[in-house]
Design a protein. Sequence first.
Length: 285
Amino acid sequence: MKLGGVEVSAETLNEGYTAYMHSCYACHGEKGDGRGPSSYGMRPPPRDFSSPEVIFKFAGVPAGELPTDAALMEIIRRGLAGTPMLPWDISERERHAIVQYVKTLSPRWTREVPGEPVKPDEPDPWTGRIPEAVAVGEKIYHLAGVEMDKATQQPKAILAGCNACHPSYLTGAELEALSQKVLGQPVALREQLARPLWKESEYKVGETKVGFLPTDFLFHSIKNGSSPTELFVSIAAGIGGTAMPTWKGQVKDADIWALAHYVRHLASLRDTAQATALRAKLAAP
């Protein structure tokens, strides 16, 4: 079969079917519809590979496009932290065969090719300056809009406003002060700032759409890797089928790197006294 623009042999597909039924069927189902015997009650639910418009969340390509073989094989190898998708200690050959077989389950693979992998245009510019990166990332995370250069009055940075969906890690007063300093205007504060905002997704179980809570980095595991480079790719590419857009091309690479360092900093506080103290401050009236 020609899948994702590449000819795949019957031998590989048969091998992939056998490996899939051994390792993947229990959750993803015999037909790849996400309804295996172990799937019921799982949150998030197993991916439905059989949909004609199958969407992959962690594809390493612009959100909504088909993933590369390398991205799918890495998910099988490493799993998705904090979900029922565990790491699978199987050979690279088996992983490759499973990926090829999974492509037979949706007709989308017969008419489209994988997207172009999202990569940084330059190495991490914040090496050796991590505290500075965290400060810049905190600003980009908590404010939305365009920051102007005060000297030239030219646009300096696009601010992503990640806390529109993810939690804020600044109090309302701190957000107001930061917005006045950076944007010269007050900021609109949503309710329950310190909590993630429930969002609908394009993912379905049968005909029912499934919603998700965006990650709270002080509480949830980061699903698809927490190194600066892995976080850069997740932020830059976006998360397919969700409200998380592709930021590559909208936000400068240096600022995406800064966001990655800020998120990594938050994640490093998880299960510490510092995180407990920050949560208490954010919850205070």
